[in-house]
Write a protein that binds this ligand. Structure first.
Ligand SMILES: [Zn+2]
Length: 330
């Protein structure tokens, strides 16, 4: 597989260099899985600014519907044939009161109202994911094959509640992301393994190879950067119980890495399609950030209206930093 990119050179007279002629080099890269473009800008970002969120966290704890005092009274229950709610350790699964799809559940990861991004233990994640799988394995995978486990962590990432929770979807219809990949799989049923082989040969963005999955920094990121973990075996999520050990380990390592970069919001999706053997289950985790001094959103007209992403961070630099970080952690 050839990874596609176009280099664009922009000349300008730069006010920060006494109006000398200066060159900016941008790259337009194309995601090998979706085909969507992403711009890697020829600028550098030193670091993200730390934001103190203590007041918001304290305020949100006062009447939290996911905390032990209110969760029994304020969370919905499933209708038959599903169980009313599912529990696994401290995790609890119930319907999303504001559903996006036919089968849209919420899993509270823990009874603790706030867990800092570097505070999630392996056990917490294990209980939450296994709880999600209890729900998914009770939903008809033939009728609702588009299964995903999703996570908006904290309000900048789109979470309306601070209390950590996953959102699970089992849908009869594909999201645009699935549609893009399905159309590429029509041309190349071996798309995922081709992508992984290409990344392994190039060895510029691979960050971990625990055996049953491979983790890379995305060539064409959907956010400022984008960590992708691809399982080597085609297994739909509802059959993954007991098989997620390395996945949970690297989700945790990614969250610790985000913390080390002063990032405290992220989105995660774990995608799978039941009864489609060429679609390999995979995870994408993108940090969510704002830019100082006005907490400017990173979502501007490019993402909102052109369906393009951009980043100020070179994926290869992130891969190097992540690899050094992971070696120190594990
Ligand atoms: Zn809470």
């Amino acid at each position: 597989m050839q990874l596609k990119k176009e280099i664009k050179t922009i000349m300008l007279k730069d006010p920060f260099q006494q109006f000398k002629e200066a060159q900016r080099v941008n790259e337009i890269r194309y995601c090998p899985l979706t085909g969507r473009s992403s711009r890697v800008l020829g600028l550098t970002l030193k670091e993200f600014a730390y934001t103190d969120r203590t007041a918001m966290i304290e305020e949100s704890a006062r009447a939290c519907p996911f905390c032990p005092g209110l969760i029994d009274a304020l969370t919905p229950k499933f209708t038959p044939p599903l169980k009313e709610q599912y529990t696994y350790g401290n995790a609890r699964c119930f319907p999303n009161a504001f559903p996006y799809d036919e089968n849209n559940a919420v899993v509270t990861i823990t009874t603790e109202h706030y867990v800092p991004i570097n505070g999630f233990t392996h056990q917490m994640l294990l209980e939450a994911f296994e709880c999600a799988l209890l729900f998914l394995s009770d939903v008809d995978s033939k009728k609702y094959p588009y299964q995903s486990i999703n996570w908006n962590y904290m309000p900048v990432a789109g979470s309306s509640l601070v209390h950590p929770h996953l959102q699970i979807i089992a849908s009869s219809t594909p999201s645009n992301y699935y549609s893009d990949i399905l159309s590429n799989l029509n041309n190349n049923p071996n798309l995922f393994m081709d992508y992984l082989t290409t990344e392994k040969n190039l060895n510029e963005r691979v960050i971990a190879n625990p055996g049953d999955s491979t983790w890379v920094v995305a060539y064409a990121p959907m956010g400022q950067f984008d960590i992708i973990g691809i399982l080597h075996e085609s297994m739909p999520l509802h059959t993954c119980s007991g098989k997620l050990d390395s996945v949970l380990t690297y989700i945790r390592t990614t969250l610790q890495f985000l913390y080390s970069k002063k990032i405290d919001n992220f989105n995660m999706s774990f995608y799978s399609i039941a009864h489609n053997t060429s679609f390999l289950p995979h995870i994408r985790i993108c940090p969510r950030v704002t830019f100082p001094p006005y907490a400017t959103s990173e979502i501007n007209y490019l993402q909102m209206l052109h369906n393009d992403s951009f980043t100020l961070l070179k994926p290869e630099v992130i891969a190097e930093e992540f690899s050094v970080f992971a070696r120190e952690q594990l």
